[in-house]
Design a binder for this molecule. Sequence first.
Ligand SMILES: Nc1ncnc2c1ncn2[C@@H]1O[C@H](COP(=O)(O)OP(=O)(O)OP(=O)(O)O)[C@@H](O)[C@H]1O
Ligand SMILES: [Mg+2]
Length: 485
Amino acid sequence: MKLKISIYTRLVFWIALLIVLLFGAILFVIQIREARILQDETEARVMLQARYIADANLLSLSLQDWQAVQKYVDEHISGDLNYIVVYDRTGQPAVWNDLVRDHREIVFESLLSDDMAPDVKESVIRRLTLREAPVRVREVEVFAYSQAAGRWGSVKVGWSLEPMYDRLRDIQKVLLLIGLAGFLFGIGAAAFLARRITRPLHRLVEGTVRIAQGDFSQPIVDTSRDEIGDLARSFNEMTGQLVQTRERMDDANRRLVQHEKLASIGRMAATIAHEIRNPLTSVKLNIQKVAEEEAFAETVRAHIDLSLEGIDQIERFIKELLNFTRVQELSLERWPVEQIVDESLKVVRDTLAQKDIAVERSCPPGLPAILADADKLRQVFLNVLRNAHEALEPGGTIRIACDAVAGEGRTMVRVRIADDGPGIPEKDRPNIFEPFYTTKPSGFGLGLANARKIVEQHRGSIAVGETGGPGCEFVILIPAAEEAA
Ligand SMILES: Nc1ncnc2c1ncn2[C@@H]1O[C@H](COP(=O)(O)OP(=O)(O)OP(=O)(O)O)[C@@H](O)[C@H]1O
Ligand SMILES: [Mg+2]
């Protein structure tokens, strides 16, 4: 199985490694330079010391006054100056200090020879054990000479390098601390940088996972102006298009189901209606005849009236059902919408007046005309107005407002019919346009289903609007005539 390493981890690793390597390289160079400077400094100093001793003892050497030289040597051995060895003209050791008495390789081996130029200097590094401790020593030998007097021997000095190495170690410690701080800073900076780079990626991944799971509700939030931002924006665009397509598909599906439903109901209804209609008409005629000819008691007459009422209701139902299921071609003509509204109002005027329902209508002049089948559209307004009438208490109000709105690239004429009745409970809203859905004891549940069928035939829509208060509002949109195909 392949190990999954996140981009975050990889970025942290590589950035940290880069920073550490960079820091390490800089510190390494600094350390080498420091060491070189210290070594050069020490060598120059030892050289100067050797030259100084040689010059100071030139006279004693020329006189071969070894006592004076010994005295000088003993007096001047101190601190880091571990030893002084003075050689005579033949290169034989003449004077040295006590500390190196047992170190024959120091005392008896001169670094210089006669055939060398007088200004030659020799320098080596020795590892010795002095005072029972290991020491590294810079050893320098120079000739004791003057232009006038010539060569009188040579002077060798040994300078302890331990203080220099101590200083170097101190410098190394400081550099190591800086290196450690650099390492920690590197990790921190790497984590910070990696987070900055991967956070938008995370958001993008989360968003795409959400979309993959079918949740289109939230867009991917990414305002960055880089490639990830572009990707997020394209994703959001794609999601938007997906949502639209899904909505269109849902809508098409709903229409298809509705269509199928209506087709089967239609076939059934047509059969039932035909089967019932003729016997029902003869039943009705016969009862009416009986009611006319015989003098019945009051109670019997009441029963007969009830039967006639029942038959009327069945007839109305059959009529509504046939009306709903029959697919009829529209006969379209240009109409001002307010005229169809007014004609519908005229039909229900008396019924509304009986319940003392007021009607407020506001349709501004100059509205675009609609291409409509006026009879059918009237049925739509009538069904909605009848519902309002049924919902309202006496003294209620119906408000009708018409205007023109822009929708989906075309102008629509909008008719809003509102009442201040009890409104439609939230749970009923998804169903009210379904055929046979009713909350009324004597309702058929066909009024709104029929209204929607007609409106959709006109390529419009009908929906429940938000009143923001009590009552309910139906919003009907019909395309304006210029726009209709
Ligand atoms: N203005 C309204 N106020 C309150 N509820 C309403 C209103 N209009 C419609 N409804 C609700 O919507 C349901 C469906 O209405 P629809 O007109 O389709 O059928 P119906 O009125 O019950 O029967 P019918 O076939 O006789 O019209 C109603 O039963 C009612 O619950
Ligand atoms: Mg109704």
